[in-house]
Design a protein around this ligand. Sequence first.
Ligand SMILES: Nc1ncnc2c1ncn2[C@@H]1O[C@H](COP(=O)(O)OP(=O)(O)OP(=O)(O)O)[C@@H](O)[C@H]1O
Length: 232
Amino acid sequence: MSVHGLNVARNAKAVLHDVDLTILPGRITALLGANGAGKSSLVLAMAGVLPATSGTIALDGQSIVGLRPEAIRASGVAAVPEGHQVLNDLSVEDNLKVAGSHLSRAQLRSALDVALGTFPELRERLQARSGNLSGGQQQMVALAQAVIARPRYLLADELSFGLAPVVVARLVPVLQNLASQGIGVLLIEQFTHLALKIAHSAYVMERGRICFAGEPQELISNPEILHSAYLA
Ligand SMILES: Nc1ncnc2c1ncn2[C@@H]1O[C@H](COP(=O)(O)OP(=O)(O)OP(=O)(O)O)[C@@H](O)[C@H]1O
């Protein structure tokens, strides 16, 4: 999935400027940058929630600019937005079923099995009201929903926000496992060292622009690049 020369405005204010970014299948791509740099706006634009002013967003060489979010999701792009956006009043099971509502019964059953195999702790909480789960469990439901949709690309925005480090450590192998199955993962992460450790490539954003694109190791070896982006 690739983005070229993308410009996006929110409330008539330009928030993304000429953004170029590529997510490869089977790879984890880290997207780093300070609060307000534009990371969430980029994810929302890629998911079709925010319109592009200009530029292209392509999936297998086909433009998806202007498609509705449901159409983009159906073509294999799952966004897990910032904050755990599960339906609080529904049970865990119903939240998972909603995510697979486009599947046949047999497909849904096997997708649920895969998701519950990935998050066995949800199996015991299937009938629990989602709003009563811990933040970490809610994040697992959100990720499980994304897995059920069988995406080819997963856009994960601040999965670890508000979570205890032990829960974050639990989510990391899940992302690596998804990538090893061929899913292209875009990982927005406040714990930059963690993101750089598991990513195959990295981008840094500063005030709506990409200011670094390259190897994670380059950012680890040159911490001043991230420091200046976070101070911008
Ligand atoms: N709902 C909104 N309406 C209008 N402008 C917004 C909205 N949310 C964010 N913005 C603006 O868009 C710009 C980019 O913010 P964005 O949330 O994409 O950055 P971010 O890097 O994801 O930061 P954070 O980690 O805080 O979410 C900022 O200038 C911000 O003020």
